[in-house]
Design a protein around this ligand. Structure first.
Ligand code: SF4
Length: 346
């Protein structure tokens, strides 16, 4: 068996190929999208399931623990989680929070989603992964998704938790040595250096990571001018960064990268990745929690979607996050022209 100790050091690592998803995942997602597209309806593909708001970190970039202060101790029941999956009828569930590893029903939830043939990202900051991992069984449905926003100094500063980076890196080694699928999720902030993103991806790939998800951070000028990046600033950054990421195991679509580089425009598809948590279905999107609806169907019927599709809401002006635009990119890939764009890469 090859262990992480046998691998070459990160600085010698050369990206050499495209990402591979767990067996059957892309086929299942494609069938779901084609079926719903043919039915001509708005549909989600990935459910952002937040069974709890509580977290063991207090990240500046997150804000959930401040926004949901009055319901911070509430958790969805296992039945409510499964009902949300049924309501949205998605092939992929992203279990987030809060920190889902402290959710009281996390093990039966993962097992039931495995049984129902749902693929899932189990998102975690990695802090207690070493203590919890023995409770899970590796299989094709389960991808453990570690949050890593930069190299050690940057990541620990963003999550405001010294030691968080080292623990997440240790988590990748543990996951890969035990046969789990593992990916990282990297949010790029105004302060993040492109060089350290490349360095980070070399490091995690040298440890055997299966995939990498990237998104620029969400911000809008009125709330956080210190973190605010205009659309033009994001595009300029990605025109430099994206070509340096070719060959890494990126799970973002090439069409989304072209969008980030400013080569194409996309409408937003906020219902493509709906969010549910103890307050209800968060509308209109993961970023904007203006209303919480009782059911998925109520959210779909009562939201003024055209206001968000074309970024008419001022808070959408500089948003290029993957939650809103990856579903748009994936829908575009279903067309003949879009499929060609995917094959070409970015
Ligand atoms: S552009 Fe889309 S994802 Fe971004 S804030 Fe607006 S509705 Fe939400």
């Amino acid at each position: 068996m090859v262990t992480t100790l046998d691998k070459p050091p990160a600085e010698q690592y050369k990206p050499a190929g495209r990402a591979k998803f767990p067996p059957g995942m892309m086929g299942k997602v494609a069938r779901h999208m084609i079926k719903n597209r043919l039915m001509g309806q708005r549909f989600p593909t990935v459910l952002q399931l937040e069974p709890l708001h509580a977290c063991n970190f207090h990240c500046s970039g997150c804000g959930r623990i401040r926004e949901y202060q009055s319901t911070i101790h509430e958790q969805l029941t296992l039945e409510q989680c499964l009902d949300a999956v049924d309501q949205s009828d998605v092939p992929v569930v992203s279990i987030a929070g809060g920190e889902p590893l402290i959710y009281r029903h996390i093990v039966p939830l993962v097992e039931e989603l495995q049984r129902r043939d749902k693929y899932m990202y189990l998102c975690t900051n990695g802090w207690i992964l070493d203590r919890k991992i023995d409770e899970f069984k590796p299989d094709k449905h389960l991808i453990v998704n570690l949050h890593l926003d930069g190299m050690e100094e940057t990541h620990d500063a963003i999550v405001e938790w010294p030691g968080a980076f080292k623990k997440a890196i240790e988590g990748i080694k543990i996951l890969k040595d035990r046969g789990f699928h593992a990916c990282i999720n990297t949010t790029i902030y105004k302060q993040t250096r492109n060089d350290e993103i490349v360095e980070l991806f070399k490091l995690v790939e040298s440890l055997g990571i299966d995939g990498i998800l990237v998104s620029p951070a969400y911000s809008y000028q009125e709330v956080d001018p210190a973190f605010y990046q205009t659309r033009e600033e994001i595009q300029s950054r990605f025109r430099d960064l994206a070509p340096r990421l070719r060959g890494f195991k990126l799970w973002n679509t090439p069409i989304y990268f072209k969008y980030l580089m400013g080569e194409i425009d996309l409408d937003c598809t906020p219902w493509g990745t709906p969010t549910v948590n103890p307050r209800g279905w968060r509308g209109p999107c993961y970023q904007l929690g203006d209303t919480h609806h009782g059911t998925f169907s109520e959210m779909m019927k009562s939201t003024d979607w055209p206001r968000y599709i074309k970024h008419e809401d001022p808070r959408c002006a500089a948003c290029m996050t993957h939650g809103g635009y990856e579903p748009s990119a994936a829908l575009k890939a279903l067309s003949f022209k879009g499929a060609f764009e995917v094959l070409k890469g970015w």
